[in-house]
Design a protein around this ligand. Structure first.
Ligand code: SAH
Length: 263
């Protein structure tokens, strides 16, 4: 981005003007979203890159029959390559889940799109995600509404995702390291809850934190098997309905307090 012209070859006034501009830019840059310290040096922090790849990914999602304009625009905007490890860069826009470390995966783009669509979010929705992972799904949600809360049980993943989202300018997303089974009571109720890890049953605290008129999308079934993607709705009068929509395969929802304790 910096000019490679040797400064000595320019007239003096141009050099002075250039210095003034650089100085102003240096003062303003820290105030801009996405301008986290070090962001400039990281050559991968270029969200605008790979738009053609992203458009190709969205075309695949559309071929599945998903035509929700809001969701497609969100998927077109989020730089998925920023959320996957270096070794997976060639596959960053393939319609496939990818490993993100700690035995976890970033979901297949179509599944992210479909789960987002099922929530039927508006710009005023408050949404909770269980299973931050890379932060990709949270970023897709944040393209639609600023009120995104995301919980992750593995601390390094929570920390990395929070830093990544901040560096990319997703400043309104709040990430919390905790067992998402219990939800986030202080921020409840939520118009949408999306669970991106498989639960044996619908966690009662999440159901309680769903607002009347709210929608929850959650894979339910045994760990390491195929699960049912369930849509759970709560009517205005509090009546809960659930329906099974499709077979999916997610990593399990693990419970912090149920892990074997060291002796
Ligand atoms: N949504 C993520 C992918 C999620 S993978 C993305 O877009 O990248 C599922 C994630 O759920 C993993 O990171 C896993 O550590 C997390 N997880 C599992 N059990 C959890 C729990 N009880 N509370 C919060 N997160 C949990």
């Amino acid at each position: 981005m910096r000019s490679r012209d040797p400064v000595g070859m320019r007239p003096r006034w141009q050099t002075a003007l250039g210095l003034l501009i650089v100085l102003c830019a240096a003062l303003v840059t820290p105030l801009l979203p996405g301008a986290a310290p070090g962001a400039e040096r990281d050559t991968r922090r270029r969200p605008a890159e790979r738009q053609a790849d992203r458009d190709g990914m969205v075309a695949v999602v559309e071929r599945y029959g998903l035509h929700d304009a809001v969701v497609l625009a969100a998927m077109r905007a989020v730089p998925r390559h920023e959320f996957v490890p270096d070794v997976e860069q060639p596959l960053a826009y393939a319609d496939t889940p990818l490993p993100i470390g700690y035995g976890q995966t970033i979901s297949q783009p179509f599944v992210v799109a479909e789960m987002t669509r099922l929530l039927q979010l508006t710009a005023n929705s408050r949404v909770l995600e269980i299973g931050t992972g890379s932060g990709y799904q949270a970023a897709v949600l944040a393209q639609i509404t600023p009120d995104v809360f995301s919980m992750e049980v593995i601390k390094p993943l929570a920390d990395e995702a929070a830093a990544r989202l901040k560096a990319l300018g997703y400043s309104t997303i709040q990430v919390r390291h905790a067992d998402g089974y219990y939800g986030w009571l202080e921020k409840a109720p939520f118009d949408g809850i999306v669970v991106t890890c498989a639960a044996g049953q619908i966690p009662p605290p999440l159901l309680a934190q769903l607002a009347p008129g709210g929608r929850m999308v959650i894979p339910v079934g045994s760990a390491f098997a195929v699960q049912d993607l369930m849509l759970v709705t709560k009517d205005k009068d509090g009546t809960v309905r659930s329906q099974s929509l499709m077979a999916v395969r997610f990593v399990p929802l693990t419970r912090l307090d149920l892990k074997p304790q060291p002796r």
